[in-house]
Design a protein around this ligand. Structure first.
Ligand code: TYM
Length: 321
């Protein structure tokens, strides 16, 4: 199957990104035709500082490579290296009702957070539709927050196909129930824009400090606790087998377990989990030229496929005169 997903380089990548998307993508490269990319055109909607955008994009690529994405087994590129995706976005605008975009949760959330209603932010889902349709993706592994964007993509593709013939494949969202919404240290959804993230490659001291600051209720140590209502439990579960989760749930219900203790265990698990990837991450950080070379090669490979779709689309709509 053709499986595609991307991540914004708008901040440091965190364990919400990792468990809902990156980890799964790294697994899928062995089973599917995988398309993975860093969406720096999308990040332009919120990142206004050029150095931050440049470095963020490189860092995100380094994270993926360090964690095991193998550019020889998949297509891996930087979104802005295939500018045809912007051409496709323009074409797809013709199949995009304004009302559909007005209902987009992520747009409404951004406005609520004080972003000004720029056209880029408003049209964000159409660029995402172009990303997905360009590569005829069948499945898109994402967290729950992206589900609506994939539904918008399907709506646009259906309209296009109805008008011009069967050009685009309709994608399905692939959402994993266990990781659909990873909570942040304040209990809201973990998000780069809420400043509540546990970053994958945070240095030891900072990680420990962040984990110790996870918000919990004030149930006393001796009292029984409900694991399902506890952020620390939800987070540590990501690093546990089903049996380990159940055992910890029993310790919660028995009473006598303090949140501080579970936080310490969470730190140890998370630190150990990402330990095998730290050396590779440091080596990549020391050699950004190598990372640029990998991304350029990946873009060349992916662009050949993008050109096929663009050619088909141009013919379908009559831009080939
Ligand atoms: P982004 O960069 O916000 O997030 C990347 C991926 O991580 C998931 N995610 C989470 N999942 C569970 N819990 C969380 N707290 C959490 N935070 C982030 C997201 O659901 C996503 O899967 N619009 C996309 C990027 C994009 C894209 C695409 C994705 C652009 N074009 C084409 C798929 C296909 C975004 O902003 O993801």
């Amino acid at each position: 199957m053709r499986v595609l997903s991307g991540v914004q380089p708008s901040g440091t990548l965190h364990i919400g990104n990792y468990f809902a998307m990156m980890k799964r993508m790294i697994q899928y490269q062995n089973e599917h035709t995988l398309f993975c990319f860093i969406v720096n055109y999308h990040a332009l909607t919120t990142v206004g500082e050029p150095d931050k955008l440049r470095q963020g994009a490189l860092n995100a690529a380094m994270d993926f490579l360090a964690l095991g994405l193998d550019p020889a087994k998949c297509y891996f590129w930087m979104q802005s290296d295939i500018p045809e995706v912007c051409e496709l976005t323009w074409i797809l605008f013709q199949q995009t009702p304004v009302g559909l975009l007005e209902r987009a949760h992520s747009y409404k959330d951004k406005l609520a957070k004080g972003f000004s209603p720029q056209a880029g932010l408003f049209n964000y889902p159409v660029l995402m539709a172009a990303d997905i349709l360009m590569f005829q993706s069948e499945a898109v592994p994402v967290g729950k927050d992206q589900k609506q964007h994939i539904e918008i993509t399907r709506d646009i593709a259906i309209k296009f196909n109805n008008q011009y013939g069967e050009v685009f494949t309709l994608p399905e969202p692939w959402i994993d129930d266990d990781t659909a919404t990873v909570p942040g240290i304040d209990g809201q959804k973990m998000s780069k824009s809420y400043d509540n993230t546990l970053e994958i490659f945070l240095p030891e001291k900072q990680l420990r400090k962040k984990i110790m600051s996870i918000v919990t209720d004030s149930t006393p140590v001796e009292a029984p606790k409900d694991p399902e209502k506890c952020n620390v439990y939800k987070l540590i579960s990501l690093f546990m087998t089903a049996a380990e989760r159940e055992e910890l749930a029993q310790r919660y219900r028995a009473g006598g377990l303090g949140y501080g203790q579970v936080k310490k265990e969470l730190f140890e698990r998370m630190w150990a989990y990402f330990a095998p990837y730290r050396d590779k991450r440091a080596a990549l950080a020391a050699d950004p030229e190598e990372v640029r070379r990998i991304m350029a090669q990946g873009a060349q490979k992916a662009r050949a496929l993008a050109m096929e779709t663009i050619d088909k689309v141009r013919r379908a709509v009559g831009l080939n005169y």
